[in-house]
Design a protein around this ligand. Structure first.
Ligand SMILES: [Zn+2]
Length: 156
């Protein structure tokens, strides 16, 4: 049964060995899965957090001069690094802006229905379609029948 990837959203077939697979096999999605796993692990496992911190500190202690020397030896590297970071920041800002555009649904009536391409897989999430309900066509009958609600004959 295909299901949407938790990262890119494309439908994929979970591998038989991993029935709970939620990320597709695209390298970017697998990287996202590992980052997500590590973030969750750092939050839920104090030992893991302490270990990671200790390992990082130990490495910094051993390599105190590593990055300073590297930057001094390779001025091009520092410059290129700054430029790349700048570009990444600009990119991220653009992506966030695009996401906001998508999310800016105008206020109004919408119909939400399960998308048949994505059968419900877990107890607490659905993939749904959100479609605007137009006021002039018969589909408005589905949402708010104010004429019925206000009609004394249908009141109980
Ligand atoms: Zn994916």
């Amino acid at each position: 049964m295909p299901q949407p990837c938790a990262c890119c959203g494309n439908p994929f077939e979970p591998r038989p060995q991993i029935p709970d697979q939620t990320y597709c096999s695209a390298p970017d999605c697998q990287r996202a899965r590992k980052r997500q796993w590590q973030r969750a692990k750092l939050q839920s496992d104090p030992d893991y957090l302490a270990n990671q911190r200790a390992a990082q500190q130990a490495w910094s202690q051993r390599n105190q001069d590593y990055w300073r020397n590297y930057r001094n030896d390779q001025p091009d590297y520092a410059l290129r690094n700054r430029e790349q970071q700048h570009r990444r920041d600009a990119n991220r800002a653009r992506i966030n802006l695009a996401k906001m555009d998508v999310c800016a649904l105008p206020t109004g009536l919408y119909r939400i229905k399960l998308n048949p391409a994505f059968p419900r897989r877990s107890a607490d999430s659905w993939i749904v379609e959100i479609a605007p309900v137009c006021v002039t066509c018969p589909c408005k009958m589905d949402v708010s029948r104010e004429d019925l609600i206000d009609n004394p004959a249908t009141r109980s």
